[in-house]
Design a protein around this ligand. Structure first.
Ligand code: GDP
Ligand code: GDP
Length: 436
């Protein structure tokens, strides 16, 4: 689940966002429908030749009073910290500029692979005109044209060749999870407590000395976890962290890379607008979700009993009805041990596969409970159901006419699945398809 991260860095106007969109669209051409997913445009999943990765356009992360010099420094900082492969983008139209040199200098500091790409090389003449860029000292420049799409394949080939082996397409039995939430709810306190009480694996194999931002650990049952670090948890005080956009991007990035997301709420303040926004991201991403109510040691004037607070949560986050709720205190340590336990359970649920024969028994029983919907005199006929994916569990129901699959019937089928199997903590998707 942990994917390599690629960052595009460069002075303004070289074509970073154009290239970013181009690379994402190469992927969109391969991966079909992902309905209604809104994403921050500066961060997106991408894929090339079966290699999945996350792409960051650092140029989109700016702040109001930012001077170019400071902005560029922040971008390079983000790339060095976040990325496994950094693409420095320049433009053949202007040749090598002072700002290009400044960016290159900042990137000399990292041991991470940096690939130099020269954009706006729209025609053969321009493509031949890239030798000046050797002076940046970042190796062979690769000519590309973000707007025409030429050279992008060569660039992507270079990028995937530089992926660290342990992240490239490697699936193992480690469960990735993250702790997200608005500032001050207690994320760092929870993370530090969790890592204090479990066995943190120190990576000392060759090639893993890179600035690790995720922490692997094992619990007392020997199960393996990877705690995905979110903005500001263990690296406070960096210049870029004051940008709202960056912290949102960082949360999105953490969610994307997690199997399970722990959404932390603060019992002492109750639910705020920002909590709902963060919850919305997690829900849309289709990840497993656990709601963690922290500071349960404090006077509960806003929340009353656990039961009362649970009611408020269910009311405010209706779409998260599948998420279990844990009441914890990072201060006293109360019930913190439930977090890894619940993460394991949710991960088991989101990765389970249910046999088609069992699903069809369920369909048959369901048909006896509730008649299928009828629209304009035409009745929905449900033939069979099969699970097509895990994480999140996705089921395809073959029917006579998908138009007749009413929302309420879909909901009913999802509830039947939940009643018959443990899907605690994971969303479920049901897709109606016409039987051929
Ligand atoms: P950013 O500031 O680095 O993100 O740059 P943008 O992606 O916003 O692009 C800056 C300008 O360069 C825009 O007017 C783009 O249309 C243009 N541009 C981007 N890529 C190319 C390219 O490959 N060829 C040409 N000729 N123009 C490009
Ligand atoms: P973050 O911004 O979400 O990472 O939050 P922090 O972990 O920095 O916590 C914010 C503040 O809440 C700090 O002053 C913590 O000491 C306090 N805090 C965190 N967890 C608890 C808790 O369970 N109970 C109490 N009473 N205070 C807590």
């Amino acid at each position: 689940m942990v994917l390599p991260v690629v960052a595009i860095v460069g002075r303004p106007n070289v074509g970073k966002s154009t290239l970013f969109n181009r690379i994402i669209n190469e992927r969109l051409a391969i991966v079909e429908d992902e309905p209604g997913v809104t994403r921050d445009r500066n961060y997106a999943p991408a894929e090339w030749m079966g290699h999945k990765f996350d792409l960051i356009d650092t140029g989109g992360i700016t702040w109001e009073d930012g001077r170019i010099e400071e902005e560029i420094r922040a971008q390079a900082e983000i790339a060095i910290e976040e990325a496994d492969v950094i693409v420095m983008l320049t433009s053949v139209v202007n040749g090598v500029t002072d700002l290009d040199e400044r960016v290159a200098q900042l990137l000399y500091k990292t041991k991470k692979p940096v690939i130099l790409a020269v954009n706006k090389a729209d025609n053969p003449e321009q493509r031949a005109n890239i030798y000046d860029f050797y002076s940046l000292g970042l190796g062979d420049p690769i000519p590309v044209s973000g707007s025409h799409g030429t050279g992008i394949g060569d660039l992507l080939d270079e990028i995937i060749a530089k992926f660290p082996e342990e992240k490239d397409n490697k699936s193992d039995d480690t469960i990735s999870f993250s702790v997200i939430g608005r500032p001050n709810v207690g994320k760092s306190s929870i993370v530090n407590k969790l890592l204090g009480e479990n066995r943190v694996i120190v990576a000392n194999e060759e090639g893993t000395t890179r600035d690790a931002i995720d922490t692997p650990f094992t619990d007392d049952e020997g199960d393996k976890f990877r705690l995905i670090d979110t903005a500001g948890i263990r690296r406070r005080g960096k210049v870029y962290e004051k940008t709202e956009k960056y912290s949102v991007m960082r949360a999105l990035s953490a969610i994307e890379r997690s199997d399970v997301v722990c959404l932390v709420l603060d019992a002492s303040t109750g639910i705020r607008e920002q909590d709902k926004r963060v919850a919305g991201y997690a829900h849309e991403a289709g990840r497993g979700i656990i709601i963690v109510v922290n500071k349960w040691d404090m006077p509960k004037k806003n929340s009353g009993s656990a039961k009362d607070f649970e009611q408020v949560i269910r009311q405010e986050f209706q779409y998260l009805d599948y998420a279990p709720i844990l009441f914890v205190s990072a201060k006293t340590g109360q019930r913190l041990d439930q977090i890894p336990k619940m993460v394991k359970r949710v991960n088991k649920n989101q990765t389970q596969r249910i046999q088609s024969s069992v699903l069809n028994d369920l369909l048959f029983e369901a048909s006896k409970l509730v008649p299928t919907p009828m629209i304009k005199g035409k009745r929905l006929r449900v033939y069979y159901m099969t699970q097509v994916a895990t994480n999140p569990p996705t089921f395809v129901v073959f029917v006579n006419d998908p138009e007749l699959m009413h929302f309420s019937y879909e909901r009913f089928l999802i509830n039947q699945l939940r009643d018959n199997f443990d899907f605690t903590g994971t969303p479920i998707k049901v897709i109606a398809r016409k039987r051929k």
